[in-house]
Design a protein around this ligand. Structure first.
Ligand SMILES: [Zn+2]
Ligand SMILES: [Zn+2]
Length: 114
């Protein structure tokens, strides 16, 4: 079983959400990137996993204005387009980390870049 990894700090910076993990990893997530990956039922079809969100409806300058913990497994962002129903689990967040290392590891594993 994989050891769970927790965020030590979640910072809302100028152009990105930056998560510092308790294993020392640092993950930057551009705001719009993360908003477009909202996993809630109105953004993703629960049955098929297909996206229901039209990227054209998300403002280019969307931001997270706040975030709050959900239990000890996820975090919820309050977005500037008044959307806040998505629970981003730590596991999910870590799996879509955009840092150079993680992108390289995904490319090596043959997966698509995020
Ligand atoms: Zn959503
Ligand atoms: Zn990473």
């Amino acid at each position: 079983m994989e050891k769970p990894i927790f965020p030590k700090e979640i910072n809302l910076e100028d152009s990105a959400i930056v998560i510092l993990w308790d294993d020392g990893h640092r993950s930057p997530y551009p705001y719009r990137f993360l908003r477009l990956r909202c996993p809630c039922a109105s953004c993703v079809d629960e049955m098929t996993g297909n996206p229901r969100l039209d990227p054209d409806t998300i403002p280019e300058d969307v931001k997270a204005v706040d975030h709050m913990p959900v239990g000890n497994y996820a975090t919820q962002f309050l977005w500037s387009d008044a959307h806040y129903t998505g629970l981003y689990t730590f596991r999910y967040l870590r799996s879509i980390c955009t840092c150079i290392q993680c992108n390289a590891a995904r490319a090596e594993a043959g997966g698509p870049p995020v």
